[in-house]
Design a protein around this ligand. Structure first.
Ligand code: NAD
Length: 375
């Protein structure tokens, strides 16, 4: 059988990716004077790029977002917010950030007076997103918030309201909407390549976890909030539909002490319109990474589905062939373009709110043992 993924399409996507990856600049040198650093910033601004300030310099900011911001075409790393002076020093020289663009959690609100910064990106533990998105909105800057958007629907409402009131755009860090294999799943679902979808399977788990992720107060829950959310997202964007109801079962704990305030693992089922059913699972003690549809005339799956790199896909008609891209660079560039073009972001606060609503319904179903309808 001929592959559904001809070379022409691959080359076109590689070109698009190469464009997105564009001028990869090395920011490894340091030793610039404050004046020279400010000049560098001004050069980026003169090119019409938007300045982004990262709030919270943990693993995701350091390992993914800052490197991605060296590849972006529409935005650049303009500032940082951190409570740790040693991190400020390290980032300042590594990324040539002038001292005037470095803030801590007390001086955060002064970003309002800084013209270098157009977008504030909140990369803090989950339960802190609400306070910092609201404070970011009040500075008059546009906002990106990491997933999960917040730990309650009420908090999401307050965040959306604050951004509306301030007249700024709010986006959630859903990088997979800019990743070719996941975009292909969206297309397959929409164009019904394999007929009507009957069932979905979505699993996402990781075996190593520590720190605030184990603390319900900061995380809002366990692996469901952190990695299970990708399964909810995957099922939503592949079907283009919203779940009507959920059921859920907590897995038994292998380490009750470590997981004393959160679930260690969870399986859940989602009912979608047209009789479509999704079977999902998440875990903090098992590696899993799958998004699959079974449809009337075939199937498609990604495994791994949600990683930063190395995503693979196949269907009942052959392997998918797409380039590996820098998802975070594409995500941030698209947000900058959305601002410039005055168009909505494809991953707005409302999408983040809907996920949190579904996550809370899954927890309710887990705790009560009942089928919970999503109104
Ligand atoms: P991390 O623990 O590595 O970093 C958290 C940062 O917050 C640290 O710099 C820490 O100093 C700071 N912080 C401030 N106040 C804190 C407090 N009271 N307790 C703990 N830390 C505090 O976490 P991370 O992996 O970078 O995750 C940060 C956010 O990014 C989370 O919301 C997470 O869900 C999200 N994330 C998203 C992706 C993605 O692919 N989109 C990947 C990883 C993380």
């Amino acid at each position: 059988m001929t592959s559904k993924y001809p070379r022409r399409k691959f080359i076109r996507d590689v070109s698009a990716s190469a464009l997105a990856m564009g001028s990869i600049s090395s920011f490894s040198s340091c030793g610039l004077s404050e004046h020279e650093k400010t000049q560098k910033m001004n050069e980026q601004k003169a090119k019409g790029k938007y300045g982004i300030a990262l709030v919270g310099l943990g693993k995701y900011s350091e390992g993914q977002l800052a490197p991605a911001l060296q590849e972006t075409q529409q935005c650049y790393l303009a500032g940082i917010v951190t409570g740790t002076p040693s991190k400020a020093d390290k980032w300042k020289s590594k990324y040539r950030i002038p001292q005037k663009n470095i803030y801590d959690y007390n001086t955060f609100d002064q970003i309002r007076d800084n013209d270098d910064i157009d977008i504030i990106y909140i990369v803090l533990p989950n339960s802190m997103h609400t306070e910092y998105v609201i404070r970011a909105a009040r500075t008059g800057k546009h906002v990106i918030c990491e997933k999960p958007m917040a730990v309650t629907v009420e908090d999401c409402d307050r965040m959306i309201e604050a951004c509306k009131k301030a007249g700024v755009m709010l986006s959630v860090g859903y990088r997979l909407h800019f990743e070719p294999y996941n975009v292909e799943m969206m297309r397959i679902g929409k164009e019904k390549d394999f007929g009507d979808i009957k069932t979905l399977t979505a699993d996402n788990g990781m075996a190593e976890v520590d720190g605030w992720r184990l603390d319900r107060e900061l995380a809002g829950g366990g692996p469901l909030m952190d990695v299970g959310i990708y399964c909810v997202q995957g099922c939503r964007y592949t079907t283009g539909l919203e779940p009507i109801a959920v059921t859920a079962q907590e897995s038994s704990k292998t380490d009750p002490e470590k997981f004393n305030s959160i679930e260690e693992g969870l399986t859940w089922q989602m009912e979608f319109p047209n009789g479509i059913k999704a079977a999902c699972s998440t875990s903090y003690s098992k590696e899993m990474n799958l998004l699959r549809i079974d449809a009337a005339k075939g199937w498609a799956e990604l495994s791994p589905a949600y990683e930063y790199t190395g995503i693979k896909g196949k269907t009942s008609q052959g392997d998918m062939k797409f380039p590996q891209v820098n998802q975070q660079a594409r995500q941030m560039d698209d947000f900058a373009l959305a601002i410039r073009q005055n168009r909505p972001t494809p991953v707005p606060g409302e999408m983040g709110r809907q996920d949190v609503k579904i996550l809370r319904a899954i927890y309710e179903a887990m705790e009560t043992g009942e089928r919970v309808e999503i109104g």
